[in-house]
Design a protein around this ligand. Structure first.
Ligand code: G6P
Ligand code: MG
Length: 223
């Protein structure tokens, strides 16, 4: 039986993926002379701030062009830009269907925690006024490895005392689906089959999320 849910934030609960992209696109263009595209953006999803910068530098063939100090400056510039984009967020920015879905999970009695690699996650949850739903938020500063490593999902499940095999994880990123499955959890994907084909169950968007379907698919897989 399902004992708990661990949630990704960016791209699942709210569409901050477009703000991350917007901020990186500008910094990459202005500071690095690299023009990123949606395919590169897909690789930034779920990936920490510094690792995202490294993905962009690799894409632009500039892996060794900058010192660590310069790289920290670019990452800070991106984050300042990102923070200016998210500071106006309100509950209206919760993705369609998510509020109902969180209510249904709460009503069914499953605890929830947040497994986001973003250091801005607590701020966003506060802006969206969703704090009451999440018993815990993993602090990404405590992690030794990022997604696709399972560590963040394991910590999130530990915080709500949910055994990994009984935990459901939700993700919009390839790296996230891989991390959930490597933790031995059941992976719910939100997005396109071309990208998230490995998920245990896939919904095209958040409006289609359905707790009963997840419970049925979970029971089927654990049979
Ligand atoms: C999430 C997003 C990534 C982002 C990461 C770090 O995982 O999907 O795109 O790079 O968080 O976010 P931060 O807010 O700490 O820069
Ligand atoms: Mg995400």
């Amino acid at each position: 039986l399902i004992k708990g849910f661990v949630f990704d934030l960016d791209g699942v609960i709210t569409d901050t993926a477009r703000f991350h992209y917007q901020a990186w696109k500008k910094v990459a263009h202005d500071e690095l002379g690299i023009d990123i595209n949606p395919a590169v953006n897909e690789k930034l999803k779920g990936v920490s701030r510094m690792d995202s910068l490294n993905v962009i530098l690799k894409f632009g063939g500039k892996e060794n062009a900058y010192t660590d100090t310069e790289k920290r400056e670019f990452a800070t510039e991106k984050n300042d830009l990102y923070k200016s984009l998210i500071k106006q967020m309100t509950p209206a920015d919760i993705l369609p269907g998510i509020s109902n879905f969180l209510q249904a999970i709460t009503k069914a009695g499953y605890p929830m925690s947040l497994a986001s690699a973003s250091r801005n996650a607590p701020f966003i949850i506060e802006r969206l006024e969703l704090g009451e739903y999440f018993a815990a938020i993993v602090d990404p500063a405590t992690l030794s490895k990022g997604k696709p490593d399972p560590e963040i999902f394991e910590k999130a499940a530990d915080l709500i005392h949910s055994p990994y095999a009984d935990t459901v994880g939700l993700e919009d990123a390839v790296a996230g689906i891989e991390g959930i499955q490597r933790a031995g959890m059941f992976a719910v994907g939100v997005g396109k089959p071309e990208v998230l084909g490995k998920a245990d169950i896939l919904f095209p968007d958040t409006a289609h999320l359905d707790l009963a379907k997840i419970e049925a698919a979970f029971a089927e897989k654990r049979k």
